[in-house]
Design a protein. Sequence first.
Length: 339
Amino acid sequence: MQIKYQYNSLLLLLFVFILSCNQGSKEKYIYHHDQGEIFTTGYDIKYAYNRSLKEEIVAELNKFDMSLNPFKENSIISKVNRNEPVKLDSFFLKVFHRAEEISRTTDGNFDITVSPLINAWGFGFQNMDSITPQIIDSLKSFVGYEKISIDATGNIIKADPRVQINTSAIAKGYACDVIANLLEGYGITNYMVAIGGEIAAKGRNNKGACWHIEVTKPVDDATGMLSYRQTVLSLCDKSIATSGNYRNYYIKDGKKYAHTIDPISGYPSQLDILGATVIADDCMTADAYATAFMVMGLKKSIETAKKLAGIHYYFIYEKNDGSFGVEYSDGFEQFFVKE
């Protein structure tokens, strides 16, 4: 949510409470439950229909994978990164232009060209002791969302051939939207699509209630095995994504630094927000802003979010005394489950 720019997400801060179907259900259709793996993470899809659509879902996810998975040698994004001629498909074009837009609204704090910096620091900051300001400056010369664009004929234009892109911080959310659109194409109005920690939901579950989503508490647990409830949210016709840093950081000179790399400075973000949950009309938007807010920190994230129509946030942050605080947007109360 990874750093979040990687497909292999290091954290899943959300999981979904789906109540099991019962014999007394009054739904017209059966609730199907399809599970599997895509982008080295799991997907979990529930929907009400008269038959299973797993075959169609898998086919659509495979098409998506061949477009935007940078770890597949023959994917479109891999060919773009190798500067090979390639025809860009609708998946690539939509996610690229949306990423470009979100980069502008976040003053470059969201950036799909940051991979060279991520790779330099290494997984878990394994290369931290060998990083120098000179290395960072060198890499920053070909990192920046403004250094790559698509011209009117649909061709990629790079300011430097070394520019690389990785859409992992937005692609899982967009994949949720893609499958949601697939389901709606079959007239399905009640569904929940979860890929990794990103979720698109519409209508209601088999109990006639909005889908219930749990946000977990920050726990200083390197194993990732501990999970405690922070709050439960009710989601109807909305999408949600969460990004978090509390299990992945290092301490230097008494300060905590997150696993999220700041694309502007080239260095890990200083830890402030521990978990950013974003609700939006589409999952691609929620996914990208959840990542951007982790980089921007509490104050700037709140200022930015206030300017964005349709964006709702729930931030868990660390106070100066080491305790946890919560900030959420005006009107966010509508999503809390009444217990």
